[in-house]
Design a protein around this ligand. Structure first.
Ligand SMILES: Cc1cc2nc3c(=O)[nH]c(=O)nc-3n(C[C@H](O)[C@H](O)[C@H](O)COP(=O)(O)OP(=O)(O)OC[C@H]3O[C@@H](n4cnc5c(N)ncnc54)[C@H](O)[C@@H]3O)c2cc1C
Length: 460
């Protein structure tokens, strides 16, 4: 590691990797270092995720950020054979929302108003009846409960420009392409804190090293100076991009920097068995963008309860999940600022016992066979969603040289390329960035002070 870098990026998740790649695209002579506590790229929440991609969002901003990133990933596949086979970077087998009446109207209107921008088709109840094991009108939540049953399913919405990303391929592409452009990577290295130490022009409180309050008003004087690592080493930096996912607050809060985001643990459960096999073999009556014979496979299913079912075709598994806001306190268990290391353990965050108690009751009313011996739990793991208040990412740049990119709200991989372009532009002080699909977008729209986005209602 060198004594100083123009830019240090904290975090080699999708946001940090895409930012490094786009920063390096323009000026190869810049010295850029990406630091990550894990042993390789994409091993934070990215590695624990469902890694699905969709352009069906209620917010036009999210549609643009995800749609342009998906288009970029499709282009990468066209250019790089190793991103097409044996495993495709993006497999657009589609999303299928199984909708109750309440949402059918809302989603129908959304698609109708955005014809052309959202590639989706509505399905009638008859087309859904072929889904193996699906009970469209459940009788109860669980045995012995007398609350009104979960809402019946009255139709479906199939999103075509949607499907599964291979996260390890995406992470590897960005890492290797950035490296070819001169970006350095330091894995297994934790950033413990950022400081203004080492700039003689900045007065600092003793002994805590914080600058005096008035200096914030001295235009251009206050600049970030050093990045301190868990092993007590440090390096000088002119700018720092914090893309540390759920753990970003741990190094930004001590600077008085608020991200407006709330990290919450989210879990996935992998199941196998005869009921899972039947669902995996469903030839859905849809026309996905990616298929060998034009026929539909089992799409990514979203139930009226918000629970999701992801088909893992090669391994003959289903991954079951659902957005959890009640079950976990806000915040991360791990604290790199306190510990000087990031003890993130996907398996421990998984908590197998939550499968039966927290998740299954949101799935089994619609797929009873998944509960009654038709599927066995194989494994479970967890990561974090970093929720922003409105379901849009957050991108904040300070006058003292720190940029934060995060607030993925559970859909960061599918928007990573756009966020990388925007964070790179923000870091250079530009007011606009061009997305892969040609639209220009102001990074400031994702800031907290001048936020200008359409809130998102469809969070999965
Ligand atoms: C169960 C689950 C399902 C999901 N499903 C989807 C989905 O279907 N589609 C989708 O797009 N997204 C999904 N997500 C969300 C997705 O994982 C996030 O949007 C994405 O990972 C956020 O990217 P990031 O770069 O902000 O954070 P991360 O991927 O967490 O990367 C942050 C990196 O920073 C490093 N880091 C943090 N602090 C420090 C430090 N102090 N020093 C050194 N390194 C540090 C970490 O090691 C990590 O590698 C899901 C997440 C979970 C948990």
């Amino acid at each position: 590691m060198r004594d100083r870098y123009d830019i240090v990026i904290v975090g080699a998740g999708p946001f940090g990797l895409a930012t490094a790649y786009h920063l390096a695209a323009e000026a190869a002579e810049r010295s850029i270092l990406v630091v990550d506590a894990r042993d390789g790229p994409g091993e934070g929440s990215m590695g624990a995720s469902n890694a699905m991609a969709r352009d069906v969002f209620s917010s036009r901003d999210n549609r643009l950020l995800a749609g342009s990133s998906i288009a970029f990933y499709v282009q990468l596949m066209a250019e790089h054979p190793e991103l097409r086979a044996p495993v495709p970077l993006l497999d657009r087998y589609g999303y299928l929302w199984l909708l109750p009446e309440r949402l059918q109207e809302e989603y129908g209107a959304l698609v109708a108003h955005n014809r052309g921008a959202i590639d989706a088709e509505l399905l009638g109840l008859e087309e859904l009846r072929g889904c193996p094991g699906l009970s469209v009108a459940p009788a109860r939540w669980y045995e012995g409960d007398d609350a009104p049953p979960p809402e019946p399913i009255t139709g479906g919405l199939f999103g075509r420009n949607c499907g599964a990303i291979a996260p390890e391929l995406l992470a590897r592409f960005y890492r290797e392409a950035a490296e070819r452009r001169g970006v350095e990577f330091a894995f297994g290295q934790t950033v413990r804190r950022l400081s203004f130490e080492g700039r003689p022009e900045i007065l600092r409180h003793e002994p805590d090293g914080r600058p005096y309050g008035f200096q914030e008003q001295m235009a251009g004087r206050l600049r970030i100076a050093r990045v301190h690592f868990g092993d007590d080493r440090s390096t000088a930096a002119d700018r720092v991009v914090v893309a540390g996912g759920a753990w970003s607050d741990r190094i930004l809060h001590p600077l008085g920097f608020a991200t407006g985001c709330s990290p919450r643990a989210q879990r996935l459960f992998s199941v196998a068995g005869p009921a899972a096999e039947e669902i995996l073999d469903w030839s859905a009556p849809v026309h996905p963008l990616d298929s060998t014979d034009g026929r539909g496979r089992c799409p990514f299913l979203i139930l009226p309860t918000g629970a999701t079912i992801k088909p893992i075709f090669r391994q003959r598994r289903l991954w079951l999940g659902g957005v959890e806001t009640l079950t976990h306190p806000i915040g991360t268990r791990e604290d790199p600022a306190r510990d000087g290391r990031l003890d993130f353990d996907m398996g421990r965050l998984g908590d197998r016992s939550a499968y039966a108690t927290d998740l299954l009751p949101a799935i089994s009313p619609y797929f009873p066979a998944l509960e009654s011996g038709g599927a066995r739990l194989e494994s479970s793991w967890g990561g974090y969603y970093s929720f922003s208040p409105d379901g849009l990412p957050v991108l904040v740049t300070t006058a003292y040289g720190v940029t934060f990119v995060g607030g993925d709200s559970g859909s960061g991989i599918m928007k990573a390329d756009a966020l990388g372009r925007l964070a790179a532009a923000a870091c250079r002080g530009r007011h606009e960035a061009r997305l892969f699909t040609g639209e220009t977008y102001r990074p400031e729209r994702l800031s907290l002070e001048r936020r200008d986005v359409e809130p998102e209602r469809i969070i999965l």
